[in-house]
Design a binder for this molecule. Structure first.
Ligand code: ZN
Length: 190
């Protein structure tokens, strides 16, 4: 038991528009609203042996729309609401930057998943990303795993822009629930 050197797979989940409703720079805990299937979807991934790590771009901080303290309050509420529904995530990482900061954490850059891989002994080649942005599935490829685009939140808008992307999503799914079902099947087929 515990850390025996065997690496685990993870699913790296986006937050806004994926687990909770997208509010276009959500800035207060009162705005946090889970999708009805969020908790059961997370539990299904955990039962399938995945670590669950949330990775979220929060450029609203750098843009001055809310503070890191606001974000901490939002994240606490988010984790509490999941916990109330019996779902637990292993970790949450966020990037506060904008593109021109040239950080190495803003998705689709990989610092947040690399941190997760280090903290939880994760095999990124067997891991997935799920999110409503092109950045989310590109992250999946950039980390050496598989990236899924979902159509909630900003997903439909991003789907319309896929033609101009060289890298396509590994799969496009209607929502988090469908993406989780897809992953569970994909693992069985491999
Ligand atoms: Zn960053």
């Amino acid at each position: 038991m515990g850390t025996n050197g065997i690496k685990k797979p993870a699913v790296f989940l986006d937050k806004d528009g994926t687990i909770i409703f997208d509010k276009n720079y959500l800035k207060s805990p009162a705005q946090v609203k889970l999708y009805s299937y969020a908790a059961e979807s997370i539990n299904k991934l955990r039962a399938a042996g995945f670590k669950i790590i949330v990775v979220t771009n929060q450029s609203g901080i750098r843009r001055g729309m809310f503070t890191e303290k606001d974000l901490q309050d939002i994240n606490e509420k988010f984790l509490f609401m999941l916990k109330k529904k019996g779902a637990k995530i292993d970790a949450l990482y966020y990037c506060p930057h904008i593109d021109s900061d040239n950080c190495s954490c803003r998705k689709p850059k990989t610092d947040m998943v690399l941190q997760g891989a280090k903290d939880f002994n994760i095999d990124l080649s067997k891991s997935y990303t799920i999110g409503d942005s092109i950045r989310d599935y590109l992250l999946g490829f950039n980390m050496g795993g598989k990236g899924i685009l979902i159509l909630t939140g900003q997903g439909k808008k991003h789907q319309n822009n896929l033609a101009r992307e060289k890298m396509k999503p590994f799969a496009v799914c209607r929502n988090l629930k469908q993406a989780v079902n897809f992953i569970v099947k994909d693992v069985k087929n491999n």
